[in-house]
Design a protein around this ligand. Structure first.
Ligand code: IPD
Ligand code: CA
Ligand code: CA
Length: 255
């Protein structure tokens, strides 16, 4: 399954690059929540191709694809994770495909078509970047860690802004970046480039694939309050494992 799904993610990446070169047409889902014709075209392509090879599987896509399967498998798809970056031509976005069975992710693919980095994981078989095995970093303290996070699209109106956590973690670590693609952020934790990532107000298609890539690289994923992670949930705290408790402790402090 992983080879077939990886081919589909790579081909969707080609569509995104072509659309970016041809010029993107942008619409607003909300004040700062954008969608482009490329998001829709890539999702339509991914759904069509997945249906050909896995006709019994269900599908849940960010841009509206909903197919009830006749098996236990559900593909959770983000055709462009990092649409705001994509719309600005900032080369940090990804195609994210997660395969969920029950409450477990069994396969995850996150592909950055600009850097040509394709991260894949299959439950129990490790995580890989372009064929190279991945391991999380060995840093043991938050003080020596570099992290990333993100903010909700309704930051202007919600009380759950994440700004307090951002401030607290920033002050005790080597820095907190905000890069704009949760799926890629998770892959950087898996590859040991970053020690941790957390975000609230996410969607299953942002986190399903990347969560497995982190755990298969030896990392830890939970909810931001330390509870059990669910790929069909809305938040994630992902680390190399070593700094997990220290990070959770700060995330528990309300602003
Ligand atoms: C967004 C990205 C971003 C995160 C947002 C997500 P989208 O996904 O993952 O990093 O901060 O919360 O919604 O809208 O670009 O697919
Ligand atoms: Ca997304
Ligand atoms: Ca998206």
């Amino acid at each position: 399954m992983i080879d077939q799904a990886t081919k589909i993610a790579l081909a969707a990446g080609v569509i995104l690059r072509e659309k970016l070169e041809a010029g993107v047409s942008i619409e607003h889902k909300g004040r700062i929540d954008l969608v482009t014709d490329a998001d829709r075209a890539a999702e339509a392509f991914i759904v069509q191709e997945l249906r050909k090879v896995f006709p019994s599987h269900g599908i849940l896509g960010e841009e509206g694809a909903r197919i009830e399967g006749t098996s236990d498998y559900l593909w959770v798809i983000d055709p462009v994770d990092g649409t705001t970056n994509f719309a600005h031509g900032f080369p940090y976005f990804s195609v994210s495909l997660g395969l969920v069975k029950g409450d477990e992710v069994v396969l995850g693919i996150v592909h950055n078509p600009m850097s040509q980095e394709c991260f894949v994981a299959e439950r129990g078989s490790g995580a890989f970047l372009n064929g190279q095995k991945l391991s999380v970093s060995k840093q043991t303290t938050l003080e020596a860690s570099l992290l990333t996070t993100g903010f909700p699209y309704d930051i202007a109106t919600t009380d759950e802004t994440n700004l307090k956590s951002f401030e607290l973690v920033n002050k005790v670590s080597q820095g907190v970046r905000c890069l704009g693609s949760a799926a890629l952020d998770l892959c950087h934790v898996a590859s040991g480039r970053l020690e941790g990532f957390w975000e609230r107000s996410l969607q299953p298609w942002d986190i399903a694939a990347g969560s497995l890539i982190v755990t298969e690289a030896g990392g830890q994923v939970t909810r931001c309050n330390g509870g059990s992670f669910s790929p069909l949930g809305h938040e994630i705290c992902a680390t190399n494992g070593q700094i997990h408790q220290e990070l959770l402790h700060l995330l528990a402090i309300k602003g």
